[in-house]
Write a protein of this length. Structure first.
Length: 292
């Protein structure tokens, strides 16, 4: 499980969300057998998706973040519901790189910097809202900040971090998203920037002191007030019915070809790895509009 704290400050001109979710990222690491750097890359994207998803209003709203920067990891995808529960995967989960000269994981190198971050919001309308920006660094947090500022014109700052132990287990994972509401003064903006510049390393704060201390450091001197705490977790919504619908959407010809092999058709969920098996007669039933 993890937790999102919703915070306001400075006459409600600042909106801050803080997430701590080591267990959520550890579940992704375990399911996909992620390398240390891939854990950090997918973990950061999942944390960002959870923060943005949690801010959506519709109960059935979903948000998808996709990053493809041309790096060894390929595409990285995270999907959140409106509560902040999230799932994700990477094309090449075992891809890895040596640590940088400063000793940190080279997330930007693994993701790549020649590509885009795409944000898709499904609000139950005919078409989802989709926006994208060119990657700034491939480090995820800077790229999300760029998206919010450029595509949604919301002055924002985002920090995301994943601390990986020597045994590859996730020791800490979390971050923050601070957004300034209309009317925020230049002085207030500078104060936030100074606080973020002067704060301790994000994963150290979370690992040693917890999310409340992260709130205090981001909003130091600005009288933060925690309005709500909400639990978040890794959650995959795959089901046999959903997979059957996906198979049916491939068309009658494809279903007939699969059935003609005389062998069961196996479909694995990209997010959780669960396997679904459909017998030839079940595929024919789908072809004729039946259920399985």
């Amino acid at each position: 499980m993890g937790e999102i704290l919703r915070v306001v400050s400075a006459q409600e001109q600042i909106r801050l969300s803080v997430i701590t979710a080591a267990d959520m990222v550890e579940e992704a690491r375990r399911i996909h057998d992620l390398s240390p750097t891939a854990s950090a890359a997918l973990g950061r994207l999942m944390l960002g998706a959870s923060l943005l998803g949690n801010a959506m209003k519709g109960e059935k709203d979903t948000l998808t973040l996709r990053v493809n920067g041309g790096g060894p990891i390929g595409s990285v995808v995270a999907v959140s519901d409106s509560k902040g529960n999230v799932r994700g995967y990477a094309d090449e989960p075992r891809a890895d790189l040596p640590t940088r000269a400063d000793g940190k994981l080279d997330v930007g190198g693994l993701v790549g910097r020649n590509g885009t971050l795409t944000v898709s919001r499904d609000l139950g309308l005919r078409e989802p809202y989709i926006g994208s920006v060119e990657l700034v660094s491939g480090e995820i947090a800077e790229d999300l900040t760029s998206y919010l500022v450029e595509s949604e014109q919301i002055p924002s700052a985002c920090g995301l971090g994943v601390l990986v132990g020597k045994d590859r287990r996730i020791l800490a994972a979390g971050g923050f998203l601070v957004q300034l509401l209309p009317g925020a003064s230049e002085e207030l903006i500078r104060k936030i920037e100074d606080n973020i510049f002067m704060m301790d390393q994000l994963t150290t704060i979370l690992h040693e002191d917890g999310p409340e201390e992260l709130v205090n450091q981001v909003l130091r001197g600005l009288q933060p007030e925690i309005l709500a705490r909400e639990e978040v977790a890794w959650r995959c919504c795959c089901s046999r019915d959903r997979v059957a619908a996906a198979l049916k959407s491939t068309g009658e010809e494809t279903l007939q070809e699969l059935a003609d092999t005389g062998k069961p058709t196996e479909v694995n969920c990209q997010f959780c790895g669960k396997q679904y098996v459909f017998l030839p007669e079940e595929l024919l039933s789908l072809k004729t509009g039946g259920r399985v």
